[in-house]
Design a protein around this ligand. Structure first.
Ligand SMILES: Nc1nc2c(ncn2[C@@H]2O[C@H](COP(=O)(O)OP(=O)(O)OP(=O)(O)O)[C@@H](O)[C@H]2O)c(=O)[nH]1
Ligand SMILES: [Mg+2]
Length: 655
């Protein structure tokens, strides 16, 4: 920012003036501007600040305390005014490391300023180097690590038009102070002033009929580049060598999103937009994530994935998901009957009184949603024996059944592989081994001809059977890719699971499950699979085992390493392999993920991949974390669709 930005008779609102030193500097310059200096605090007890306030007031400048930058319109003295410039220097919320709070401060400030600014007015926000998250920051911070000023401004319908270094030589007496301590200064070297202008979003009401078009007729490129932003582009003072690098790009994409959201583009599917949105290929790496975000499915509201704040376990305890287990089930034996004769003092031959034995318990499998795999199921499961019978006609107690909880979707097979039961719903049971019946006591055998039977029965022996349990729906989503594609890295990035990661093939030998939590308490289980290679269907590599696992996931995520040559060929191989195992696997809903976009070769290969395949692709870097949130949203959309299809199928079956 330089003094030259002020025009004669400009009305300027200064927000967040801690010690009013900036206002004092401006007023000393005799710029012929109308100043209103405001401050968040309700007063000041700092000597220098008091001097500045006195100076400003003596020069007829309006000084206001208790003005919240996020609620400017609520200040009675400002309510009716409109300004040419609103300046907010070094905004910061309590706890400057809390990026979220600072973003919120900026967002609310822009929203509030929208009502206070004149038609062609400007908002000027000066930030420390790196905070803004624009290409002008040197060194440039990661986008997620910045205050995302351009995105925050878009909430108030402002677009970034210019960024300038803050010229300290023009404002020598300006002393920047911190939030807690007005004596404490900021590190302000390399600070930048961001200039914003108001702009109207292209909503239904301001798009001409000619631009109300369907994607089938026009491409999204046309809307974005020509119709949508023609008017805004003229206003920009772009100083970057390459237009796509300008943060304005983000705003443009937001426009695209808002258009899609308000239904002007009749989006049949994500595919249409993804295919036609050529901006993505041209946007530099920093904006890759954004372009994909803009192409998210048309969904009113998608639940947000939650990031766990709890640190992952440090111990290397690998816990594999057990989805197949052979078990031996042994029912309880029945209790033996009793031989006994009652003797009373008046009648020492009162007859037989031996009671029956109790029945042995069954071994029962019960489907429940509370457990997810067969890890905790013992390989030998026994039920208790029944109690023996007693004299005086006392029957032995029946044994309790041993009810073993198994996950919903468990298939029970006999040793020959024949399916005996499919426990597909909550509470469904299968009696795996029946307990033996209790034996009769001698009282049971008493008859007219045999008054004193001296016989009883042994309890029957419980069944002893062997089964193979298999969990059919192992996870909602299965990760499929060649070895080293980054499946385990991705699972680590999206869940609390800690599968082993290494730069050699077949690091993962057994499936591994991670759970993605969403803010509506929904949980989506994602399974990391072993790598698939060519001819897996002929049992090469870990072939057949892996395909069995894939068969049980309801949707698939194909992970392609875009640093490899011809990733589309890899996709073909993966699809061919799974179809060799089961034709229907290829009809499963799926997402194609291009991984490792952080590496240099990825850019070119990604573009080639897009040219070769006609399907939506989510570019990510599982290692660095680029665009993971978009992928999580896509997974959620897939999961929601799955739920709808499953419930429809259930209704059809029940009819
Ligand atoms: N640069 C970069 N490296 C990655 C990325 N994702 C994975 N890697 C690396 O690729 C290598 C293989 O990653 P894994 O996650 O073990 O791959 P995998 O697909 O699980 O491999 P298998 O278990 O053998 O099938 C590791 O060295 C990772 O660090 C990424 O997005 N960027
Ligand atoms: Mg792995």
């Amino acid at each position: 920012m330089a003094m030259s930005i002020f025009n004669k008779n400009d009305s300027v609102l200064l927000v967040g003036e801690g010690n009013f030193s900036f206002s004092a500097v401006l007023s000393r310059q005799n710029l012929n501007i109308e100043l209103v200096a405001t401050c968040y605090e309700s007063g000041t007890n700092q000597e220098a600040a008091e001097r500045n306030v006195d100076y400003l007031r003596s020069n007829g400048i309006c000084v206001l305390f208790d003005v919240d930058a996020t609620k400017l319109e609520e200040c009675p003295s400002l309510k009716s005014q409109r300004f040419d410039k609103i300046i907010f220097n070094f905004p910061h919320a309590d706890g400057k490391m809390r990026i979220e709070r600072n973003r919120d401060l900026l967002k609310d400030f822009f929203v509030s300023s929208e009502r206070m600014i004149k038609e062609n007015g400007q908002i000027l926000v000066t930030l420390c180097n790196g905070q803004g998250g624009t290409p002008m920051d040197e060194p440039r911070r990661r986008w997620d690590d910045s205050w995302k000023i351009v995105e925050m401004a878009a909430h108030g319908n402002f677009i970034l038009t210019r960024i300038e270094p803050f010229l300290w030589q023009s404002f020598r007496d300006y002393i920047v102070t911190g939030y807690r301590n007005l004596d404490k200064q900021f590190h302000t070297a390399g600070s930048l002033t961001h200039f914003f202008m108001k702009d109207e979003l292209p909503m239904v009401h301001n798009i001409t009929p000619s631009t109300k078009i369907h994607t089938s007729k026009y491409t999204v490129d046309n809307i974005t580049w020509k119709d949508m932003t023609k008017n805004i582009q003229d206003k920009l003072d772009i100083k970057y060598a390459f237009i796509f690098c300008h943060p304005f790009q983000m705003h443009r994409l937001r426009h695209l999103r808002s258009i899609v959201a308000c239904g002007i583009i009749q989006k049949q599917s994500c595919e249409t937009v993804l295919k036609k949105n050529r901006i993505r290929s041209e946007v530099l790496s920093g904006f890759r994530a954004l372009s994909a975000t803009a192409c998210i499915h048309k969904q009113q509201s998608i639940a947000k994935p939650l990031r766990s704040t709890k640190s992952k376990s440090k111990t290397d305890t690998l816990q594999y998901f057990v989805d197949i287990k052979s078990v031996k089930t042994i029912g309880g034996n029945g209790g033996d009957g009793q031989i006994s004769f009652l003797r009373l003092w008046v009648n020492d031959r009162a007859g037989p009184d031996g009671g029956d034995g109790g029945h042995g318990g069954h071994v029962i499998f019960e489907a429940t949603s509370s457990i997810k795999d067969l890890r905790y199921i013992n390989s030998v499961i026994r039920a208790e024996d029944g109690e023996k019978g007693y004299s005086k006609d006392c029957f032995g107690k029946n044994a309790e059944h041993n009810v073993v909880k198994v996950p919903i979707g468990t298939i029970v097979r006999d040793v020959k592989g024949k399916i005996l039961a499919d426990l597909s719903k909550e509470g469904m049971m299968f009696i795996a081994a029946r307990g033996g019946a209790g034996g009769h006591g001698n009282a049971f055998f008493k008859s007219d001809t045999q008054q004193t039977p001296e016989i009883c029965e042994y309890g029957a022996i419980g069944e002893n059977l062997q089964y193979v349990l298999e969990v059919r729906s192992m996870a909602h989503i299965g990760l499929i890719g060649l070895p080293n594609a980054g499946k385990s890295t991705l699972l680590r990035a999206i869940s609390r699971a800690r599968p082993k990661i290494a730069a050699y093939p077949f690091t993962t030998l057994k499936p591994y499950i991670g759970i993605i939590q969403y803010d509506d308490y929904e949980q989506v289980a994602v399974a990391d699979m072993p790598g698939l290679i060519e001819d897996s269907h002929k049992n090469r590599g870990l072939g057949i085992t892996f395909l069995k696992h894939a068969e049980r996931c309801s949707a698939l995520v194909f992970i392609l390493d875009v640093t490899q040559n011809e990733p589309w060929e890899v996709l073909q191989t993966l699809k061919y392999e799974i179809s060799q195992f089961n034709e229907r696997l290829n009809n499963r809903p799926h997402i194609i993920v291009a991984n490792k976009i952080d590496l240099p070769d990825a850019e070119v290969n990604l573009q080639l991949l897009r040219d070769h395949i006609d399907l939506p692709i989510v570019p990510i870097s599982a290692k660095v974390g680029t665009n993971i949130s978009t992928l999580l949203k896509e997974i959620r959309v897939l999961y929601d669709n799955l739920k709808v299809t499953t419930s429809e199928e259930d209704t059809e079956l029940s009819m």
